[in-house]
Design a protein around this ligand. Structure first.
Ligand code: PLP
Length: 318
């Protein structure tokens, strides 16, 4: 992943050249992780960019901010306009979009209210998993790090500091030669992977967990639950155990950056009959059709960029 071709970012209402989009060293979020963010993607639909489930991502963005007492001083309409403008200015079609709201640098007191700074980056690609894992299946390991409980930090918020937990688990899994870490919750059942939710497939049933298992409520997870029903599968939402994973026909991970990643093995034991299994493949093609506008049923998930969001070169103020 490289940022060298990004020309513009958006900060607090203005398009800003990449090299000038800096923050002071006293930024509260840099010290304490006091920020919230989103990971959103645009895909090519009829030759133009279309943003996948933008409304759902923005809704979660505002909710995450509210949890940490931050008020984002822009409306969803203004952020939508900013995101579309950024895609056009950076001449992107397929992109990864990262809105970020964080406590600014006026003071470093832990209880300081501070200003809420709002920024957006967009760049061509965010790779959380290797192409090999996506194609042949990921090697998953149960992490010695547990996912924190909602009584410690609200797991349904996508907040910067919370990702130290994901980072520790990922680093530890990589050190032992695995692709992905599976975090259990404090009850000892499955929470999620470091940056993805988990599905288990048994016959024609897909099962995933929810916030009661200390997960981030993924938007890809929600899309898959809806797509699976439309594809004629039964879906269940409830607790998942490591035993369920071991006995499943197929297991896959899902998230915006990685989309749908089959799991090939768990701590050295092969999953099902090898990955990707037929159900994972079917769900993946349904997802691919939805994100590229090939199935009109899911057209309401796509925010197509309007012709008036055409590229412009100058920085603008709001
Ligand atoms: C901890 C965690 N769980 C799940 C997900 C999947 O969420 P989404 O599908 O909304 O990207 C992510 C994505 O970044 C994540 O960071």
């Amino acid at each position: 992943m490289t940022f060298e071709n990004i020309r513009w970012t958006w900060m607090n209402g203005e398009f800003v050249p990449w090299a000038e989009s800096t923050v002071p060293l006293s930024t509260h979020a840099l010290h304490y992780g006091t920020g919230v963010f989103e990971g959103i993607r645009s895909y090519t639909v009829d030759g133009e960019p279309a943003i996948f489930r933008l409304d759902a991502h923005l809704e979660r963005f505002y909710k995450s901010a509210a949890v940490y007492g931050m008020r984002i001083p822009f409306t969803p309409g203004q952020l939508t306009e900013a995101i579309c403008g950024l895609i056009r200015r950076n001449r992107l079609t397929e992109s990864y979009i990262r809105p970020l709201a964080f406590v600014g640098g006026e003071t470093l007191g832990i209880r300081a209210q501070g200003s809420t700074e709002t920024a957006i980056m967009a760049w061509p690609h965010m790779a959380h998993v290797s192409e090999q894992s996506r194609r042949r299946g990921a090697k998953l390991t149960v992490s010695p790090y547990r996912k924190f409980h909602a009584s410690m930090m609200p797991t349904t918020a996508k907040a910067c500091g919370q990702y130290l937990n994901s980072r520790l688990a990922t680093m530890e899994a990589s050190r032992r030669g695995y692709d992905e870490a599976l975090l259990l919750n404090i009850e000892g059942t499955v929470a999620e992977a470091a940056v993805a939710n988990v599905f288990v497939v048994s016959g024609r049933t897909l099962r995933t967990n929810d916030e009661k298992s200390s997960i981030l409520m993924g938007i890809t997870r929600d899309s898959i639950l809806q797509l699976a029903v439309a594809e004629g599968f039964k879906v269940e939402v409830g607790t998942i155990t490591v035993e369920d994973l071991c006995q499943a026909d197929e297991v896959f991970l899902c998230g915006t950056a990685s989309e749908i990643v089959p799991v090939a093995e768990l701590d050295g034991s092969r999953m099902g009959r090898g990955a990707p299994g037929p159900v994972t493949s079917q769900i993946r093609s349904a997802f691919d059709r939805a994100k590229t506008g090939a199935s009109s049923e899911w057209d309401h998930w796509l925010h197509r960029l309007a012709a008036e969001d055409a590229p412009v070169e100058t920085a603008v103020s709001r």
